[in-house]
Design a protein around this ligand. Structure first.
Ligand code: C6P
Length: 411
């Protein structure tokens, strides 16, 4: 069992050149990892190498460069498959990010299976990306969006889920980890419960994959989405995992090149999985960079990462709880590295601005989770979010910065 001390964070930090810089004359303390994480040099090198040596379109050319780029692109798919323990590469669809993955399911599975009076179940915790696509679908189809509430700790009220499920439910779509509060949802139990009602489950794993091992077969989820840029890969690439049988039965998403088998003006037939859902030239460099990020994570050991982050989260939670006038939002018993907080008498944006001047990068606002803010009756929070390259010194800098905020605003 790895421990926090068996994890060499100073060696890890050397892999992330961007961290070794100053902002406003202070060492950069990057605590905005839930928005996007930094990239190790091997990822940057993989993208550079692709453009320097291998750049060509995929699945289209017979020439050497095209063969190389296709090989690297499909190798990345195999890496993703093993990373999430999917059964087949056919079940791995490359998309732009978690947002597009959810929209794809809403527009294909959703539009073909959801009718008037049917229901989709989500939770109060969701990011807008896992609310709005379902709202749009419900509006179009005359279906109903049901919402599982959360308690004061920011935990999903699991017993309410079962009460919302019925023969009209067509899908449950929930976050694995909340971006605004850090709550880890009991997704395995959620899947089990929904399956008892024969309802498929989509898990939004955008905030989970960077922090823990994800095994889609063990979870038995029907769809799982995540974004490359939060998992130390490039922006503009993400993954939709779907069970083969479901994906096979769904109509295509967008029409265009690569997703077809043959086209005539009378009739078009579609390509096989996964290409059926990948219309147009994909983000080839992004996919290859994501593959490099996965190689990097495989070297690190995600159990050691999780142990280090749990240690950091506990250290940070205790430190913030000691600050008078600071209120932490999201105190779930199962929690990942997110610290959302309010400082009495200080608007979160002002807190973020002062912290920035101290070299501490955090996010302020509603974090694209307005229903969470509404649940707690607030418009915004300041959010520090952790990655495995963060240290206890980073937390000390955050705490010092918060004291500075209080001093500036006399709070
Ligand atoms: N959350 C944050 O600062 P995209 O933008 O497609 O890569 O990811 C969307 C998304 C979906 N689900 C969850 C749980 C998320 O946290 C996010 C992105 C960022 O919290 C940017 S808003």
């Amino acid at each position: 069992m790895p421990t926090a001390t068996s994890f060499d964070v100073s060696a890890i930090r050397k892999d992330f050149p961007i961290l070794a810089q100053e902002v406003y004359g202070k060492p950069l303390v990057y605590l905005d990892n839930a928005a996007t994480s930094q990239k190790p040099k091997c990822v940057i090198d993989a993208v550079t190498h692709f453009y320097l040596m291998d750049n060509a379109n995929v699945h289209r050319g017979l020439h050497q460069l095209s063969e190389r780029s296709t090989e690297a692109f499909e190798a990345a798919r195999s890496k993703v498959q093993r990373f999430v323990n999917a059964e087949k590469t056919r079940e791995i669809i490359f998309v732009r990010g978690a947002t597009e993955g959810i929209n794809l399911v809403a527009q294909t599975y959703g539009r073909s299976r959801v009718g008037a009076g049917d229901e989709i179940v989500i939770s109060t915790l969701e990011h807008h990306s896992n609310i709005v696509p379902w709202q749009m679908l419900c509006e179009e189809k005359g279906a109903v969006l049901r919402v599982v509430p959360i308690n004061d700790r920011g935990e999903m009220e699991f017993d309410q889920l079962e009460k919302l499920l019925n023969r009209r439910t067509r899908l449950v779509a929930v976050a694995h980890v909340s971006n605004a509060l850090g709550t880890i949802n009991p997704v395995r139990e959620i899947v089990r419960t929904a399956h008892r009602f024969n309802v498929p489950v989509l898990i939004d794993g955008a905030q989970a994959v960077p922090h823990m091992k994800v095994d889609v077969r063990n979870l038995d989820c029907d769809f799982y989405v995540f974004s490359g840029h939060k998992v130390f890969g490039p922006t503009g690439v993400g993954v939709l995992y779907g069970k083969e049988q479901l994906l096979e039965s769904m109509p295509p998403y967008q029409g265009g090149g690569d997703m077809i088998r043959s086209v005539t003006f009378e009739k078009t037939t579609y390509n096989e999985l996964p290409h059926k859902f990948e219309a147009g030239t994909p983000n080839i460099a992004g996919v290859i960079g994501l593959g490099a990020a996965i190689d990097y994570l495989n070297e690190i050991d995600m159990d050691a990462v999780a142990a280090h982050e749990i240690d950091l989260l506990q250290y940070a939670t205790q430190a913030l709880e000691r600050i008078p006038g600071l209120r932490l939002l999201g105190t779930a018993r199962e929690k990942a590295g997110v610290l959302s907080f309010l400082i009495d008498g200080v608007h979160p944006h002002d807190a973020g601005t002062v912290l920035d001047r101290e070299g501490v990068a955090v996010r302020t606002g509603h974090h694209c989770a307005q229903p969470v803010m509404d649940r707690f009756g607030i418009p915004a929070t300041t959010r520090a979010s952790l990655a495995f390259y963060n240290t206890r010194e980073d937390i000390d800098a955050l705490v010092a910065g918060i004291h500075k905020v209080k001093e500036v605003f006399g709070a």
